[in-house]
Design a protein around this ligand. Structure first.
Ligand code: UDP
Length: 328
């Protein structure tokens, strides 16, 4: 059985759905602080999902999951992930992303579970020294979110050396898009991400573009938008890799292509066929000008390559926004 922490959240729920559709039995553990019970209800329609509401900050909550279920491996999505918030309130991030993960690892060790796929982030690299960013890039996070994820990566290295716990750390770039049938999708409250924010803008509610004076081709930030279904595939491959005896490893997950905020905005207008109200605002603190992945390592070792385009992601995100607005 696979334990999925944060399975009621954006990325975790898409991975959970994929597992259900391939006939896996899964246990989802989620506090529902940011995840949604509605998503769990939707997932239940597609297979054998056991849902346990609990908080990783309570060791006994997570011990109970291992006690009551035969867990073979863990895919650990549960985390806070807002950069700006992490700068204002680092305690929240270290407590939830590091301390809570230590509890999870503690339970894994106690119950002899030695495989984990961990959601890491491009934020562990900090201000890019070169583009595209490969896995050898130096690691100097510039916010508590990136630090919290890097700390867990280091803990995982030490736990492998000492206890033989094998991990694959997947360093996400900008994740975008939704399930192709709009059953689930991105649902953050409040929403801070680019594509849903553009899609939600209409009438008085203008899209706020943070900065048009960066040193990029059109003055707006360049990011690498990786489709959620491609990202999920990488998790499937990472799990297979560990199940086949693969050693601890880490991979960048991106497309290796960059798009500017303006390009994403234009693409959203094209896909939706409507004019979206826009307002140029000052830069958002902590935004590097360019972040683009070098994804060759994931191809060489996991055999993973993204297949979906930015437009595919915007189309599915838009379909999902329309569905959610009237159904959830
Ligand atoms: N962005 C923006 N308006 C928004 C949200 C994001 O202009 O309402 C910009 C942001 O400044 C960054 C890019 O879009 O340059 C991607 O931001 P997002 O929050 O989606 O992801 P991040 O790169 O911070 O992980």
């Amino acid at each position: 059985m696979i334990l999925i922490t944060g399975g009621a959240g954006y990325i975790g729920s898409h991975f959970a759905l994929k597992m259900l559709e391939t006939g896996e039995d899964i246990v989802i553990f989620d506090s529902l602080e940011l995840g949604h019970s509605e998503i769990i209800e939707i997932l239940k329609k597609y297979g054998n999902v056991k849902f346990i509401q609990g908080n990783l900050k309570n060791l006994e909550d997570i011990r109970g999951v291992f006690l009551m279920n035969k867990i073979d491996s863990v895919v650990h999505f549960a985390a806070y992930s807002q950069v700006a918030e992490s700068v204002k309130n680092p305690q929240k991030y270290y407590y939830n992303n590091v301390y809570a993960t230590l509890n999870l690892l503690n339970a894994m060790l106690e119950f002899g579970v030695n495989k984990i796929v961990f959601s890491s982030t491009s934020a562990i690299y900090g201000e890019p020294e070169y583009i595209p960013i490969d896995e050898k890039h130096s690691q100097n996070p510039i916010n508590a979110y990136g630090n919290s994820k890097l700390m867990v990566e280091r803990i995982l290295d030490d736990y492998d050396k000492a206890y033989g716990l094998k991990s694959v750390r997947l360093r996400y770039f900008n994740v975008a898009g939704a399930d192709l049938k709009s059953r689930i999708g991105e649902w953050h409250e409040p929403e801070t991400h680019l594509i849903p924010n553009i899609l939600k803008s209409s009438g008085e509610k203008t899209f706020k573009m943070f900065g048009d004076d960066y040193d990029t081709k059109d003055g707006t930030c360049v990011r690498d938008y990786i489709n959620i279904l491609d990202l999920v595939d990488a998790h499937v491959k990472a799990l297979e890799y560990l199940n086949n005896g693969g050693d601890t490893n880490y991979f960048n997950l991106g497309t290796s292509e960059g798009n500017t905020v303006k390009e994403v905005f234009n693409s959203c207008e094209e896909v939706t066929g409507r004019e979206i109200p826009i307002e140029i605002c000052p830069r958002r603190a902590g935004d590097p000008a360019k972040l683009v992945a070098d994804n060759k390592k994931a191809w060489q070792i996991l055999g993973w390559k993204p297949e979906k385009s930015l437009k595919d992601s915007i189309q599915s995100a838009s379909d999902w926004e329309i569905y959610r607005a009237s159904n959830l």
